[in-house]
Design a protein around this ligand. Structure first.
Ligand SMILES: Nc1nc2c(ncn2[C@@H]2O[C@H](COP(=O)(O)OP(=O)(O)O)[C@@H](O)[C@H]2O)c(=O)[nH]1
Ligand SMILES: [Mg+2]
Length: 443
């Protein structure tokens, strides 16, 4: 996500931190650099101007020049301003109204509306709601079929009555939701390649007929300034309550993400990070700012881990670590948990200060598989008391797992290192749950 932008900022921050003292002239020069970075990322000119002014004002007001770590201070101010530009706090979807609550999904063709419809449906169901998806894009039969297919795949009901008037479809969909006890209705509306009066009129008619609780504008995160211009048009002609930015898993420059909130005044609610139905994240300005500035995103990482790790199992493990009873069996269990969380290189990118170093390193999934095979070839007793694994046992394990003795040795050594690390960790009885606070050392 925003790789180029992040690289530029990281490079600039390294220089900034390296400076023992900072002068007025330094700050002016720094702001010129920030301006260049943002413009290259295709950020809206007015947003860039406001951003620079904001940073400059704060930098002057905070005695940056006399502080002990002026570089770090400037970085902190840039971070704060970025959080600000991205919307400040996190805004959740408001579905508190009388059910069935309607969410209308609008945007240009190809921006990701239908995909988002399914993603949101899945997310809501996981949160205990009962969504109904409504196929109101009648101009392309393939669009209806696409939503139906996603519905089948995710086991979500889709209202697609095969009539031509989108307003009636939406009205009937709402009635269907009432009839069948569905409490959220997601309207998948039609988009064109460009803004067009007919399309806007149709969307307005749907809005008047249904009164959606939320209207979400889906913007293609790859589209840069175009997405922002289209968003402005939608805002003027239809108005909307929130923004969804899609395709942030690609090599988007970041311009749309950084501009759209300021330009429209509407909060970003979700981001799409892949084609698959679970590639959806709530948008948090502070986390996004850390990611953009190359500081990693430890909170999202922890949440991702929590989604996938069995809570009870995690607690059992914590106890074992505390009592220094962490065995190779637990090691295997951990390994499997980690693999469940998804591609490792993506996870590693979220760890502050580490992402960059490992960025181009291919995580060796084969090695993980080898490790798993080795542990599986051990007896239960060996897994629980690895110190009994002598030379002949090592040979047997290597044969059984199709590896060689060096591999087994290496694994046992890694396990020992891990144990040592855990012993040290448990010495810090302080606050195991506490996350590092900004500004943490970045390299
Ligand atoms: N990589 C990626 N692709 C996406 C994302 N959201 C949607 N797409 C793809 O973008 C294309 C258009 O999406 P679609 O939902 O049909 O857009 P619509 O015309 O607005 O309904 C499809 O190929 C989707 O798979 C995303 O977050 N990441
Ligand atoms: Mg569609």
């Amino acid at each position: 996500m925003f790789d180029q932008l992040t690289q530029r900022f990281e490079k600039f921050f390294r220089q900034l931190r390296g400076q023992g003292s900072i002068t007025d002239e330094n700050i002016r020069e720094s702001m010129r650099e920030v301006r260049r970075i943002l413009l290259e990322a295709d950020v809206n000119l007015k947003v860039v101007k406001d951003f620079i002014t904001g940073v400059q004002d704060k930098a002057q007001g905070q005695d940056v020049l006399r502080s002990i770590t002026p570089g770090q201070q400037v970085i902190k101010i840039i971070y704060d301003e970025l959080v600000n530009v991205l919307g400040g706090g996190n805004r959740k979807l408001d579905l508190s109204g009388l059910p069935p609550v309607v969410v209308m999904i609008v945007g240009l063709q190809g921006s990701g509306k239908t995909t988002f419809n399914a993603k949101l449906g899945l997310r809501l169901r996981r949160n205990g709601r009962f969504p109904l998806l409504v196929a109101a894009d009648v101009y392309r039969p393939a669009a209806i079929e696409q939503l139906q297919q996603l519905g089948r795949q995710l086991d979500l009901p889709v209202w697609a009555p095969g009539i031509l008037d989108p307003v009636s479809i939406c009205k009937d969909g709402l009635a269907e939701a009432r009839r069948t006890g569905r409490d959220v209705v997601l309207l998948d509306t039609a988009g064109r390649l460009h803004i067009d009066t007919g399309m806007m009129a149709e969307l307005s008619r749907i809005r008047e007929a249904i009164h959606p609780a939320e209207i979400l504008y889906v913007a293609d995160g790859m589209a840069g300034q175009d997405a922002v211009r289209a968003a402005q048009e939608f805002l003027e002609r239809l108005d909307f309550t929130g923004v969804v930015l899609t395709k942030l898993d690609g090599d988007a420059k970041g311009g749309a993400a950084l501009s759209i909130r300021s330009v429209t005044g509407r909060p970003i609610v979700y981001i799409g990070t892949g084609e698959k139905p679970d590639a959806l994240e709530e948008f948090h300005p502070d986390r996004m700012a850390s990611r953009i500035l190359g500081m990693g995103d430890i909170v999202s990482l922890v949440e991702k881990a929590q989604e996938n790790v069995d809570q009870e199992q995690a607690e059992r493990l914590a106890q074992k670590i505390a009592k220094q009873e962490f065995s190779l069996e637990d090691f295997l269990e951990q390994l499997r948990q980690i693999r469940k969380m998804g591609p490792l290189d993506q996870l590693i990118g979220m760890i502050p200060g580490i992402g960059r170093q490992f960025k181009d390193m291919k995580i060796d999934e084969n090695e993980m598989e080898r490790t798993e095979a080795i542990i599986c070839s051990m007896t239960q007793q060996e897994r629980r008391k690895p110190h009994i694994i002598n030379g002949s046992r090592r040979k047997r394990i290597a044969r059984g797992s199709g590896t060689n003795v060096q591999d087994v040795n290496q694994l046992l050594k890694q396990y020992e290192q891990l144990r040592t690390m855990m012993r040290q960790m448990t010495k810090f009885k302080g606050h195991p749950g506490k996350l590092p606070k900004f500004p943490f050392p970045l390299n």
